[in-house]
Design a protein around this ligand. Structure first.
Ligand SMILES: NC(=O)c1ccc[n+]([C@@H]2O[C@H](COP(=O)([O-])OP(=O)(O)OC[C@H]3O[C@@H](n4cnc5c(N)ncnc54)[C@H](O)[C@@H]3O)[C@@H](O)[C@H]2O)c1
Ligand SMILES: O=P(O)(O)OC[C@@H](O)[C@@H](O)[C@H](O)[C@H](O)CO
Length: 461
């Protein structure tokens, strides 16, 4: 039988856990494959410990605490799987540990707050502002207005505002907040919802936020699926330790950041992160080419009976749809054609990596938050040029067919609203969804209706 992970030398070089200067919200797989990995590999890692909080379920914090916050990253490339024990997380907490959250925020040591809480975690309405109609948001506003020091909060914007209130009260100074979620202008998304909640709780916090908080925008990339038993077995075989918290990931990784860090940051560039003035060209490239193609495969590929990305891209029909999508999207990207070609070449290899078992059903989740930012801008850009490109509209058709019960099951933070839109005849469903997406256009509707009908003819599995 394998030994528990904590029995393996506590820290690689025997050093104690680093002092906490970073706080992370959303202790999921992606954080552990990405921001925690960059921190582990920063040349000044010994000075930068992370305190990480779960987003909702306490499970990850409970399991990681039992192994001293250590976990194995299993890098799965075409040449095999390479395990690495990561030790940059110094402390783990469940989401409800608000005493600890406020104490970290109140400390002058804290320099950076990062977040990977999914697109839905930002609690936005369709306008992009804080969704003040959401009962959870309302509860947080009322709780913090009644008791800014100890009021119980549940949402991400609520937790950040609770932390900032504690920081202002302690006079702990400026810090940076870094969103690492797959959203365009993710720094501004975070700034809008945090400011929206702060304004509703205590408007005097707004000028303090303006002076003291830097919202950093990022592009993040590393395909990181859910953990399987095979990942755990591989680590046990190679390291002879039992780590239920293994995180599988690919070799490729990218982190591009724009913004200030008023209280310092780890030297992440030493691990390969890039600091730029404007992330936009990289952001569109990544969200449209990678995530857009992912969503297309998640909907249209699962309708064709595929379970994983590698299976879907191996199907010549799906592969053809992905190629069409790329050629439509590339036509509207600002980067040089050779750079885009290289990017698509690398995506063909990354998607085809069968060692990564990336479930289409995982990618399909929360389409209401994803389709508007990964797909619709390409459809709109085509329309602005007077064109309707079937290659660009197919992911929308796939999403509509998915909402109508085909392919991967619907799991969506707005499931009731969007499945309601998709009821009735194909034409009715298409018209309603396109209006909801802000691309109501008769020519688009005709093309999408044909594509939905085509997809729905595929026998369900
Ligand atoms: N997995 C990837 O390949 C990948 C790559 C790039 C970016 N990302 C970004 O990271 C996010 C998380 O991905 P993951 O693979 O870590 O997923 P995960 O399911 O492993 O973890 C998600 C984390 O977010 C928390 N969370 C979920 N919904 C929340 C909510 N409504 N409020 C607060 N917290 C919430 C969960 O509790 C969990 O801690 C993605 O949604 C995406 O924006 C992921
Ligand atoms: O993580 P999500 O749910 O935003 O999207 C699913 C995938 O498209 C995404 O995780 C990609 O694998 C990732 O963005 C690659 O860097």
């Amino acid at each position: 039988m394998s030994a528990p992970l904590r029995a393996l030398d506590r820290r690689k070089d025997g050093r104690p856990a680093a002092p906490v200067r970073l706080l992370h919200l959303g202790l999921g797989n992606f954080f552990r494959a990405h921001a925690a990995w960059y921190t582990e590999h920063a040349p000044d890692a010994a000075a930068w410990g992370i305190a990480a909080f779960t987003g909702r379920s306490p499970a990850a914090a409970v399991a990681l605490r039992a192994q001293d916050a250590l976990y194995t990253l299993l890098v799965r490339g075409p040449d095999g799987a390479r395990p690495e024990v990561v030790s940059s997380v110094s402390a783990v907490h469940t989401a409800d540990d608000l005493v600890a959250l406020r104490a970290y925020f109140a400390s002058t040591d804290l320099a950076v707050v990062t977040a990977t809480v999914t697109e839905a975690g930002y609690c936005r309405s369709s306008s992009g502002d804080l969704d003040t109609a959401s009962p959870a948001v309302r509860r947080d506003i009322e709780a913090l207005a009644a008791d800014p020091v100890a009021g119980p909060v549940d949402t991400v914007p609520g937790r950040v505002v609770a932390g900032l209130l504690a920081r202002r009260a302690a006079g702990a100074g400026a810090l940076a907040i870094v969103s690492n979620d797959n959203l365009p202008d993710n720094g501004q998304v975070m700034a809008r919802v945090v400011s929206g909640l702060a304004a509703a709780v205590d408007p005097t916090l707004l000028p303090w936020i303006e002076d003291s908080v830097s919202f950093v925008t990022t592009v993040v990339d590393r395909i990181t699926p859910r953990t399987t038993d095979e990942d755990r077995a591989e680590v046990s075989r190679q390291l002879d330790v039992d780590d239920p918290e293994v995180v599988p990931t690919e070799q490729f990784t990218e982190w591009i950041l724009a913004g200030d860090f008023p209280n310092g940051r780890p030297a992440w560039e030493g691990a390969g992160a890039r600091f730029v003035r404007d992330v936009r060209p990289f952001e569109q490239r990544k969200l449209w080419l990678l995530n857009g193609a992912h969503s297309l495969m998640a909907y249209a590929g699962s309708i064709r009976g595929h379970e994983t990305v590698a299976q879907a891209i191996g199907d010549p029909v799906v592969r053809g749809w992905v190629e069409e999508w790329w050629s439509c999207a590339c036509a509207h990207l600002e980067l040089p054609a050779a750079e885009l070609d290289d990017y698509c070449t690398s995506l063909r290899t990354r998607f085809g990596n069968a060692a990564i078992r990336h479930l289409l059903a995982q990618i399909a989740a929360d389409g209401s938050q994803k389709v508007p930012v990964r797909v619709v801008p390409v459809v709109r850009a085509g329309l602005e040029d007077g064109r309707v490109d079937p290659g660009a509209t197919r992911p929308v058709a796939g999403w509509i067919a998915h909402l109508r019960g085909h392919g991967a099951p619907v799991t969506d933070v707005r499931a009731d609203e969007v499945t309601d839109l998709s009821r009735g005849t194909t034409q009715e469903a298409v018209a309603r969804v396109l209006t909801w997406l802000g691309v109501a256009d008769e020519r688009v509707a005709r093309v999408v209706a044909l594509q939905v009908a085509d997809l729905e003819e595929f026998p369900s599995t």
